[in-house]
Structures are given as structure tokens and as C-alpha cells.
Ligand binder design. Structure first.
Ligand SMILES: [Zn+2]
Length: 184
């Protein structure tokens, strides 16, 4: 399977299922793919997860309560704690550095997750592995600043971090309610 103007292919990672690999050299800053899918409110995300067939970590958060139910291709990109790609704007996946032919294209999922109690174990295997994939606050602040400098923050996450810095952020009630529903 080849896509994105033949910039990448899907193949087995031999570590954790399928992944996306560069099929040509990609330059630093290049947009690799616009992550896309059906727009969902957090309520609908919870409904779909409860109905089965969808995992809570599949949809990509793009706003306070807005998610994209990623299409098949968009959800193929794996997480890494030491990624070569990032997400900017609403959902533009772009190269954080030059990516060579054959390299797996990864991004840091944690940067796309607003503060929550949700977390999963990380198996990215990189030397910088944090062991868990948690929310944006699970990324050490020094590292978060590096990502910010590289432009690897979505619009809504920029606003949210500003609120956190100014100590006026609170986990919204609908987020807490959603987690309660998923736990029970
Ligand atoms: Zn990791």
C-alpha cells in the first residue's frame, strides 16, 4: 500500500504490528500527511468505545471536546517517545527532522492528549522511552518546550498549555464523566 504521493508505505514493523515507513527522503518541515477522519464529539467517542470495535486511543483529539475518528491510513502511524514527526495546526503530520528512506514515521501521541487520567503502556523501544503514553503533562516540561520550539503542537494544545502555565486550567467535567463511563 502506497500513499501520500508515494511518500510512504505501510508495512510490518516487526515490533508492534504495522507502521508507516518513508518510501523516499522527506525533508524537515514537510507535511507528510493530514491526519483525517470523521469529526466526533467526546460523547460520541465514548459511545463508540462502549459499543466495542473502537479503542479509546484510536481517535485523535483536535479540540477541547472534538476528536477525529481516524481513517485506516491515519491510524497506522505509530507512537514514539523519540519521534521524527509531529502534529501542527489541526492535524497536519509533519517532519521534525529529515527522514530517510525506509525509516518508520512516528509521532508523540502524548502531545495530542489533553490532561486526563488515561494512560497506556509504551513499547516504542526508543532510548528516550517514558514507559507510558499519557497526556501532554506526562511529557517532561523541558521536552515539551523542545516540541513547542519545533512547532509540534496543535492549535488547541497551545491554548491549553497557556492556561496551564497561567494556572487557570481545570480538567473539564465532561472529560471526567467520560472516563467514569469508560471505567464502569
Ligand atoms: Zn516510548
Amino acid at each position: 500500500m502506497s500513499s501520500g504521493k508515494n511518500r510512504f508505505i505501510i508495512k510490518n514493523t516487526r515490533k508492534y504490528g504495522k507502521g508507516v515507513f518513508a518510501s523516499k527522503n522527506i525533508g524537515k518541515g514537510d507535511v507528510i500527511h493530514i491526519l483525517s477522519g470523521e469529526r466526533l464529539d467526546i460523547k460520541d467517542v465514548v459511545k463508540r468505545v462502549l459499543a466495542g470495535g473502537e479503542l479509546i486511543d484510536d481517535p485523535l483529539q483536535i479540540g477541547r471536546r472534538t476528536y477525529l475518528d481516524l481513517d485506516q491510513l491515519s491510524r497506522m502511524f505509530n507512537h514514539s517517545c523519540d519521534p521524527n514527526a509531529g502534529v501542527k495546526g489541526v492535524s497536519d503530520l509533519f517532519a521534525l527532522r529529515d527522514i530517510g528512506l525506509g525509516e518508520e514515521i512516528t509521532y508523540d501521541y502524548s502531545l495530542t492528549i489533553a490532561p486526563t487520567e488515561w494512560a497506556m503502556r509504551c513499547q516504542c523501544g526508543s532510548s528516550k522511552c517514558r514507559q507510558v503514553i499519557g497526556d501532554i503533562l506526562s511529557v517532561p516540561s523541558k521536552r515539551r518546550k523542545e516540541y513547542r520550539k519545533m512547532g509540534a503542537l496543535q492549535i488547541y494544545q497551545r491554548r491549553l498549555l497557556k492556561e496551564i502555565d497561567e494556572e487557570r486550567y481545570q480538567i473539564p467535567r465532561y472529560e471526567i464523566a467520560a472516563l467514569e463511563r469508560l471505567k464502569s
